[in-house]
Design a protein around this ligand. Structure first.
Ligand code: HEM
Length: 239
């Protein structure tokens, strides 16, 4: 395996883990920890589950083809692992959304009042549609309509494009959510740049670095060529 590829994947994982670690630190040390109490603890489940699912697991699902196919794993197994990771991401995202909608209901707050929530819900719906179409084209059609190779081949670039865009949108949503929560949580102290703000900003920057590296890996032709050499074809008959 190409050594710069291994280093980049390692750096992406470090950035993603740092983002989650910083989010957990922020929630536990400053915002009361996690729980399902209808109040602050339940809200805190939202940022954690959304970032674990929509950024970390989703980003790893995108990189999976390049990571595992260069290890010569059979494509069908990788395809099911990709689906499994995306289902896990959808599960985490659903828990994260249930946490924040439940919290809003419990405290009597309006739903969907912020720009963050609009972009976030749109991103989540796009993720759901992407999952559904991916399942239809690459699993159902693959098994039930084996002669649909051309159709699957033509859909693949669309699937890849939306996959990348959804990860970028999830990262933008997260940065907006962090900003919004930081303003709520620190109110008039925010302008003094307290440690809590530094932790929150560092979490956003870590997730941004994670996505930046994942996008670089996904757009670098030499990593694609490496994967292709070992059996990864963006051709109709392998999709
Ligand atoms: C991909 C990641 C995320 C998505 C898709 C997302 C989505 C959403 C949605 C749809 C709502 C509206 C809930 C309602 O109206 O009842 C919401 C609320 C909220 N989210 Fe997120 N969120 C994400 C990450 C985060 C993160 C990391 C934070 C930061 C700590 C955050 C902070 C908030 C806050 C403060 C609210 C309540 C106020 C509001 O409705 O904007 N979110 N989020």
């Amino acid at each position: 395996m190409n050594s710069s590829f291994v280093i980049l994947v390692g750096l992406a994982e470090l950035a993603g883990l740092a983002g989650m670690g910083l989010t957990i630190t922020w929630m536990i040390k400053y915002l009361g920890g996690f729980g399902w109490d209808g109040f602050a603890k339940q809200f805190n489940v939202h940022p954690l589950m959304m970032t674990v699912g929509m950024i970390f697991i989703n980003g790893n699902a995108l990189m999976l083809y390049r990571v595992t196919l260069s290890l010569n794993l059979p494509r069908i197994i990788v395809k099911f692992c990709h689906l499994g990771l995306q289902l896990l991401a959808a599960g985490c995202g659903s828990i994260g959304l249930a946490a924040v909608f439940g919290y809003h209901k419990n405290i009597g707050a309006s739903d969907l009042y912020s720009f963050h929530s609009w972009v976030g819900l749109t991103t989540f719906i796009m993720f759901g549609i992407q999952l559904l179409f991916g399942f239809l084209f690459f699993i159902l059609f693959f098994f039930l309509l084996p002669r649909s190779e051309n159709l699957r081949g033509r859909f693949l670039p669309i699937h890849v494009f939306f996959g990348k865009m959804i990860l970028i949108l999830a990262t933008i949503t997260t940065c907006m959510g962090i900003q919004e929560k930081a303003m709520f949580a620190m109110a008039d102290k925010y302008k003094d740049i307290p440690v809590q703000a530094l932790i929150a900003h560092a979490a956003g920057i870590s997730f941004t670095i994670f996505t930046f590296i994942v996008m670089y890996i996904m757009s670098n032709d030499s990593y694609k060529a490496q994967s292709r050499r070992d059996g990864y074809h963006l051709q109709a008959n392998s999709t």
